[in-house]
Design a protein around this ligand. Structure first.
Ligand code: 5RP
Length: 294
C-alpha cells in the first residue's frame, strides 16, 4: 500500500547532514564510470561542485520565445559566460559555432507543442547523435502526475539505459502542468522518482517552503530551473536560496535572456552560485555591469 495522503509526520530528512559521496565530487556519483564522471565534471565545476547552465531550449515546444528570436545574435555572444549550454541539437548544428569550448547538454525529448498536451512527449534524439555532437549530457522532461506520466518515465529510463551505454549523463526535468501543485511535497516525489529511476541529476523548480527537504531527499544533484521572468533581485534571491539550501547550481533561461542586460545577469548569477554572493550584492554587480554596457 502506498503512503496515504497526509502521512508526513515523523519523516526525517536530516537536512543538516550532507550525503557522503566517496571518490567523486558530485552527490551520488561515486560509482559512475569514467566517461560519465568526466562529462559531469565538464558541466559542474569541480572546484565548487556547482554549475550555471544557460537554458535556451524553449523553442522545442514553444517556438521563437521572447529573447530567443535570434539565438545567433542574442545567445551565442553569451555562451562564454556560462558553465554549460542547454539547447536542442537543431540550434546546436545551425547556429552554435563548433569551436565553442563550453560543454553542451542537449534537449532529448519532444513531440507536442504548446497547442497540445505537453506530457505527450517522446525521446526526440538518438544517443549516438548526442555522442557525435560531443554533448556533455542530455536532458528530458518527466511528467510526474501528468496525463502521460508513465510514458514520460519510460522515455527517461530508456534514455538512461542508452546514456549508461555511451557514458552520457541524463538530466531529468520535473515538468509541471499548469494546474499542478508546485510545492515541496510534489517536488520531493518527482525528484526522488527521477533519481531512483536512474537520472544522474535533476532540474527542478525552487519552492520557498521546504526546498531543503527536496534537495536532501534526492540522492543526486539538483539544479534549479528559472521559470517565468521575474525581477532581477527576486531571481538572484531565488538562485541564492536554492544553492544555500542544497542545489548544485541552476539551469536558467528566461530570467537571464529576458533580462534587460543578459550578460550582466548571467555574471551576477555566476557570482551567486559559485561565490555565494548575497542577493543585494549580486544586484549591485548586475546594475554596475549593466551601466557599463554589459
Ligand atoms: C521547461 C524547460 C525549458 O524549456 C527551459 O529550460 C526552462 O528554462 P527557464 O524556465 O529558466 O526559462 O526545461 O521545463
Amino acid at each position: 500500500m502506498p503512503d496515504a495522503e497526509g502521512v508526513q509526520t515523523g519523516k526525517q530528512y536530516h537536512e543538516d547532514v550532507p550525503q557522503e559521496t566517496r571518490g567523486f565530487f558530485l552527490k551520488g556519483g561515486g560509482s559512475y564510470d569514467w566517461g560519465l564522471k568526466n562529462r559531469l565534471a565538464r558541466v559542474f565545476r569541480p572546484d565548487t561542485g556547482r554549475t550555471v547552465m544557460l537554458a535556451v531550449d524553449h523553442g522545442y515546444f514553444q517556438g521563437p520565445t521572447t529573447g530567443l528570436e535570434r539565438i545567433d545574435l542574442n545567445i551565442v555572444p553569451l555562451i562564454a559566460e556560462c558553465d554549460a549550454l542547454f539547447c536542442t541539437r537543431g540550434i546546436l548544428r545551425s547556429v552554435v559555432p563548433p569551436d565553442t569550448v563550453q560543454p553542451v547538454v542537449l534537449r532529448a525529448s519532444g513531440g507536442p507543442s504548446i497547442l497540445k498536451e505537453l506530457s505527450d512527449e517522446h525521446i526526440a534524439m538518438a544517443m549516438d547523435d548526442a555522442v557525435r555532437l560531443n554533448a556533455a549530457g542530455v536532458g528530458i522532461q518527466v511528467f510526474v502526475g501528468g496525463a502521460f506520466e508513465s510514458r514520460s518515465i519510460r522515455n527517461m529510463t530508456r534514455l538512461v539505459d542508452e546514456g549508461l551505454r555511451a557514458g552520457m549523463p541524463v538530466m531529468g526535468v520535473t515538468a509541471v502542468g499548469k494546474e499542478m501543485a508546485r510545492d515541496a511535497k510534489y517536488f520531493r516525489l518527482a525528484c526522488r522518482m527521477i533519481a531512483e529511476l536512474g537520472a544522474q541529476y535533476v532540474k527542478t523548480y525552487y519552492v520557498p517552503e521546504g526546498f531543503e527537504s527536496v534537495t536532501a531527499s534526492c540522492p543526486v544533484p539538483i539544479v534549479m530551473a528559472g521559470g517565468k521572468k521575474i525581477g532581477e533581485l527576486e531571481a538572484l534571491e531565488m538562485a541564492y536560496n536554492a544553492v544555500q539550501r542544497g542545489a548544485a547550481g541552476v539551469d536558467m533561461g528566461r530570467n537571464i535572456f529576458q533580462s534587460e542586460a543578459p550578460r550582466a545577469m548571467l555574471r551576477a548569477v555566476r557570482e551567486t552560485v559559485h561565490n555565494n554572493l548575497k542577493p543585494e550584492d549580486a544586484l549591485d554587480l548586475y546594475e554596475t555591469l549593466k551601466r557599463d554596457g554589459s
